[in-house]
Design a protein around this ligand. Structure first.
Ligand code: GLA
Length: 418
């Protein structure tokens, strides 16, 4: 947590695509000419064929998470209908780690008395358990991490029944990259790639299907090399925060990354903040809609036992989840922006298409409404579709005025775009 500002600056400095990501995308391809994106041959496990869905402890509990919180989250995922809606992974983030014993075997700390029993519990609810480590000597919260114990740790996770690993760069940067290759950025990047590959091979050698999630904030255009060293998903940015500014700026950083996503390998704009902080209902809706448009992992990060019905309705909106989980795995592109409104489109299987219009402004567009140009999307009206938040039919006509509250979204699925 302590290096986020420097990471953000470093991402921009190190990664030329971060700059590309700020520019508008090319017009969308015609949906019916598209086939599913294929996975690189290195991703043989068949996990994460659609973006992983579940819950992670960090965004709400951070360093306070306990075994009981994980059990409660698993229970809630079942009883709130989230499991039926597709949420599967229950992921323990940082601060579960204890000490290594004389044989180098890592033990969980006192907050997690019996990890195998916890995994059994989560599995008994029909869910899967995720865990967290770092390639460095310490995690971001300064707990023991996997440096020089990769195979041992992977075996340990497999013996517990772990199904998902988030591997967070953290102290590897100072302890290995900066120490072994001072002032040599390309050599540092090679060390980083090798470290991710080392854990990849360790995980594969267990024979257990384990989703492999890279968390290195998008360094060195991870979307270009991550899948070749086993990444099923990779963070594209620094840490998300539960406020509009953070969510909207991360959204814009995803423009330009669509071509890197597909079954088995996804861009990860970070975990959901839906229901956290002071996000308004419109902001929660817009955040969830846009993560679905981005084919992002949908990892809720809120306090599930105290979730409001409104937040639950957002997280379990099946129509929106279906956009995220579309089997073709094509991520949305930003078609155009006008004033403070952005229009994103996502081609879907069966020749369908999703269109999202988002109002990033602080005012409602009523006196000077935004007019949606279907021509700019390569379409012409009238087009019948479904408004995925009202559940009602909507007809889009060319240049129709769209009135949206501040930070709200219009999300429409068109079955037969033309
Ligand atoms: C980094 C990651 C976060 C979280 C914390 C845990 O900041 O980006 O998602 O895992 O570490 O310490």
């Amino acid at each position: 947590m302590r290096f986020h500002a420097s990471v953000a600056a470093a991402v921009l400095a190190l990664c030329p695509l971060a700059a590309v990501a700020q520019t508008a995308s090319a017009p969308p391809k015609t949906p019916h000419t598209l086939a599913p994106n294929s996975a690189p041959p290195q991703l043989v496990q068949g996990v994460a064929q659609t973006p992983p869905m579940g819950w992670n402890s960090w965004n709400f509990f951070a360093g306070k998470v306990t075994d009981q919180d994980i059990r409660n989250a698993a229970d809630q995922i079942v009883t709130t209908g989230m499991k039926d809606a597709g949420y599967v992974y229950v992921n323990i983030d940082d601060t579960w780690e204890g000490d290594r014993d004389a044989n180098g075997v890592l033990h969980a700390n006192s907050k997690f008395p019996d990890m195998k029993a916890l995994a059994d519990y989560v599995h008994s609810r029909g869910l899967k358990l995720g865990i967290y480590s770092s390639p460095g000597p310490q995690t971001c919260a300064r707990f023991a991490a996997s440096l020089d114990h990769e195979v041992q740790d992977a075996q340990l996770y497999a013996s517990w029944g772990i199904d998902y690993l988030k591997y967070d760069l953290c102290s590897f940067r100072e302890a290995v990259m900066a120490a072994q290759a001072p002032n040599d950025k390309p050599a540092q990047m090679r060390l980083m790639v090798a470290a991710y590959d080392k854990m990849n091979k360790a995980l594969k050698s267990t024979g257990r299907p384990i989703v492999y999630s890279f968390c290195q904030y998008g360094w060195d255009a991870v979307w270009e090399w991550g899948p070749n060293v086993g990444a099923n998903l990779w963070r594209t940015t620094g840490d998300i925060k539960p406020n509009w500014q953070s969510i909207y700026s991360i959204l814009n950083e995803q423009a330009g990354l669509a071509k890197y996503a597909g079954p088995g390998h996804w861009n990860d704009p970070d975990m959901l903040e839906v229901g956290n902080g002071r996000l308004t209902p419109a902001e929660n809706r817009a955040h969830f809609s846009m993560w679905a448009m981005l084919a992002a992992p949908l990892l809720a990060g809120n306090d599930l036992p105290n979730m409001t019905p409104e937040v639950r309705a957002i997280l379990t909106n099946r129509d929106v989840i279906a956009i995220d989980q579309d089997r073709f795995g094509h991520q949305a592109t930003r078609a155009y922006s006008e004033g403070e409104l952005d229009v994103w489109t996502r081609p879907l299987s069966g020749g369908a298409m999703a269109i999202a219009v988002i109002n990033a402004g602080s005012d409602r567009y009523s006196t000077h409404p935004f007019h949606l140009s279907l021509a700019k999307l390569g379409l012409h009206g009238p087009l019948k579709g479904k408004d995925l938040w009202t559940g009602k039919e909507i007809t889009l006509t060319d240049n129709m005025p769209i009135e949206l509250a501040s930070h709200d979204v219009l999300l429409v699925r068109i079955a037969a775009p033309k």
